[in-house]
Ligand binder design. Sequence first.
Ligand code: GLY
Length: 348
Amino acid sequence: MRRIGVGGAQPYGVEVGAGLLSRLQIPQRHVALIHPVDLPAQFVAAVQASLSPTVTIEIPARDDCKTLEVLAGVLSKLAAANIPRDGAVAGLGGGAATDLAGFAAASYLRGVAFYTLPTTLLGMVDAAVGGKTGVNLPEGKNLVGAFWPPRAVWCDTDTLVTLPEAVFREGAAEAYKHGLISDPSLLERVLSPEFKPGGANLEDTLADAIAVKAGVVTRDLTEQGERAYLNFGHTLAHALEAVTDHAVTHGEAVGYGMHYAAILSRNMGGADLTPHTLAFLKWQWPAPLPPLAFEDVTPYMARDKKADTQGVRFVLLCDLAQPYLTRVPEDTLRSAFREWQTAVSGTG
Ligand code: GLY
């Protein structure tokens, strides 16, 4: 088992290892367990046996849970179960479920203790750590939320065994991204045949990928600076998710988006990291993209949260582990888009 520390006003630990869900211990007596309706029953049973929750609340699967309506229902159930101010909420599931559960914890009684129990690779490497919680609005993703760091995170690697291979490979995009922006040793390890559920290098690679995010959010919880670097590849990725109506999943879109960001990075004078991002795409084998024009994605890129009044900004790399934030001229964006399209047409 590995333990990663996250610092800040209220430090906490992220534990990574097999069998954790049946060994949970928390000080609160009254706990509400929140999980998606389609979660394998054995994970829910393991948490119920170790935490003895006062109430277990089922929420819709995947992003369907991240709505104000679902949040309202969860808050009512917390109140009906008399979860007190010194109680806790435990969020079990993928990133959407833990985002919703965390925001319920942040808003119920103006905030109760929150614990994260991620069961997907994407959730472990990204969503569960760093305290971003929230829901979507019809107008856009994550438009309502709060920074509400958990008291502890448990990443039980046994949960990954039930994931379809495509879902595991989707989640690997965030681990690979942590390699590009901070820890290049991860690049080879993520693409290794042993980076798989039950694989020999899974626990250490996962823990080291989480450690990158833990370091960033320790130094910059509220994204005043370097936390934005975690969005490498995400500007085009969010546009691809929106334009394909989520037929391309988040992790797949990040895989595609990292390659675009690597082309931009090189064309803006940085090292050529495109062999890395192309190798990842070939390993990940994402869903193919529909035919797209530059004009299809630009309205979505313009709404990126790193945009300010002067326009959109991209996270680029001078070299491995050397990220920076910059504006990019439109003709550079356009020519890189053409190059990216040619390159990715054979990867999906
Ligand atoms: N997913 C990016 C962040 O947590 O800041």
